[in-house]
Design a protein around this ligand. Structure first.
Ligand code: FE
Ligand code: CA
Length: 530
């Protein structure tokens, strides 16, 4: 799927790794060593001369777990601040191993990939043939250089129950705004999964980051590669990636602030927006443990997908950026609703027609206890008196929101949970639709605050904070000031979200506490704050 040349040896045989390391790999029936046009297997490229010693400076990660496989990721980087990563522009053979123990005495899967300079020497290895609902250790090797061991897990079989799933939900980690204390706290949690809802990088530099990169707003592939590597140097972020698989989606800042589809917020000057977006999408793919890609020749990259956790939950992971229509009414903040009827237009789309249909079909077919819609921007109406706070969120795409609600209502799903980020504030609310003059409960939204990015609403002043808290009359929790993440426990009987907030984003080791606990009993129609 990712690189044409690969060997996958999924046999449960100790010594497989040694064989792979030695480049000794006969064609394996279960493997997928790709054949060239002639049908002949290609040998791995030789190890380039003069490779630096430390090739794993931006860490390793895993993601998009299935019952029998997990995506393993790394990008070979010796110098995070060099666009080349400090590597020669040559292909580099990389091997990987999966074991049931940290000492790698019991290797159960291993294989090799080729890290291509064309893809920034990134590696996406699909470790297949694993057991369901099982924890593993994995590591990468280049010649004699080994990555640190990291932990990951598979999901239960699609028809199997799971007693408990523990996950963290996070978004918005602007490095210039503060430390990653939230990840330090998250690393202490006993988790199965991290769900990340976007703004993994921001397109500008400066601030706390030393050395300050990028020197200008990111536009080129080189710029984005350096920006990801700069963010991924952070040891707290690396630590959480080493502990559990992540399921990621992007928001705007992985390209540029509040872009919509193919429309930038501000007119672009130098490289052109299409090129910029393609570069950003490629760099995103190069840095994420994602079961998709690489990008198409036209620069597009489909990332919307679903992840199933046995009969307990299915996550519909959405892309609310790539296919959306441009924001209406100049994308201004706090616009009078009466002055912006455009936000009601049926042509306004958040997901694009194809993704909307995919979601509706998926909801109709969904049969898990919990239905989770993991996406970027706030769904809850934030209309303050007559003022629409933010046209970039679903309030600017009202008809699209109604179509999503229709899909949920038509599918007759209960226990539908929407996860959102973007607004750098925490919140919890039931979601309702007006149908035939009746208020119909549709879903329940949890908004995760930022890991570190500035509290936008708090920046607008205490009056706006107070107004947001007032207008959110259906909300059971609003916190527009603090940073942190959501810690979630899902069982067949109930859903519990703990809103974790850190004391500050000045210290790496600032403690986190539970700011509020909000629960939903399966089958119930209302969130309850404990
Ligand atoms: Fe953000
Ligand atoms: Ca955002």
């Amino acid at each position: 799927m990712t690189t044409p040349r690969r060997t996958v040896l999924a046999a449960g045989v100790v010594g497989v790794a040694t064989a792979a390391l030695a480049g000794c790999s006969g064609d394996d029936a279960a493997g997928s060593r790709a054949k060239g046009p002639s049908g002949v297997s290609k040998p791995p490229p030789p190890l380039p001369d003069g490779l630096p010693d430390d090739l794993f400076t931006i860490g390793v990660a895993s993601g998009d777990p299935l019952p029998d496989s997990v995506m393993l990721w790394t990008r070979l980087v010796a110098d995070p601040l060099a666009p080349s990563g400090g590597l020669p522009a040559k292909p580099v053979p990389v091997t990987w191993e999966v074991a049931t123990d940290e000492g790698f005495d019991a290797v159960v899967a291993a294989g090799s990939e080729v890290a291509e300079p064309r893809w920034g020497h990134s590696v996406h290895a699909d470790a297949t043939g694993l057991d369901p609902n099982t924890w593993y250790w994995y590591r990468f090797s280049v010649g004699a250089t080994q990555s640190v061991p990291a932990r990951t897990r598979t999901m239960p079989a699609f028809d199997a129950t799971l007693d408990t799933l523990r996950m963290a939900v996070a978004s918005c980690q602007e490095f210039n705004s503060g430390t990653y204390a939230a990840y330090g706290a998250m690393a202490e949690d006993d988790l199965d999964l991290v769900v990340f809802l976007g703004d993994y990088i921001y397109e500008h530099g400066g601030g706390l980051m030393e050395p300050k990169v990028p020197p200008r707003v990111t536009e080129t592939l080189d710029d984005y590669r350096v920006q990801y590597a700069a963010y991924k140097r952070n040891p707290l972020l690396q630590r959480v990636h080493r502990q559990v698989p992540w399921v990621v989606t992007w928001d705007d800042h992985e390209v540029g602030n509040n872009y919509a589809g193919k429309v930038p917020q501000e007119p672009e000057s130098t490289t052109g927006y299409a090129n910029r977006r393609s570069a950003a999408y490629q760099a995103y793919w190069e840095h994420m443990p994602i079961r998709t890609g690489p990008p198409e020749a036209d620069g597009s990259l489909q990332i919307y997908r679903s992840v199933r956790v046995g009969t307990l939950a299915e996550f519909f992971v959405l892309d609310g950026r790539q296919y959306r229509s441009d924001q209406v009414c100049g994308d201004r903040l706090a616009v009078p609703a009466s002055a912006c009827p455009e936000r009601l237009e049926a042509s306004q789309t958040m997901l694009g027609a194809e993704q909307e249909q995919w979601l509706a079909d998926g909801l109709a077919a969904n049969d898990t206890t919990w239905t989770v819609i993991a996406q970027q921007t706030v769904v809850f109406p934030l209309v303050l008196n007559d003022l629409v706070l933010n046209l970039d969120q679903w309030d600017g795409y009202v008809a699209a929101r109604e179509r999503m609600f229709d899909a949920i209502i038509d599918a007759d799903r209960e226990n539908v949970v929407v996860l959102s980020g973007d607004i750098h504030s925490g919140g919890a609310s039931d979601l309702f639709a007006e149908r035939n003059g009746t208020r119909v409960p549709v879903a329940h939204e949890f908004v995760s605050t930022s890991i570190s990015s500035l509290s936008i609403i708090a920046e607008l002043g205490p009056d706006v904070v107070q107004l947001v808290e007032q207008v959110a009359e259906d909300a059971v929790y609003v916190n527009a000031e603090d940073h942190g993440y959501c810690r979630v426990t899902i069982t067949p009987e109930g859903w519990t979200t703990e809103f974790m907030t850190v004391a500050n984003v000045s210290d790496d080791d600032a403690p986190a506490t539970v700011d509020a606990t909000v629960e939903l009993t399966a089958g119930a129609r209302k969130l309850v704050r404990r």
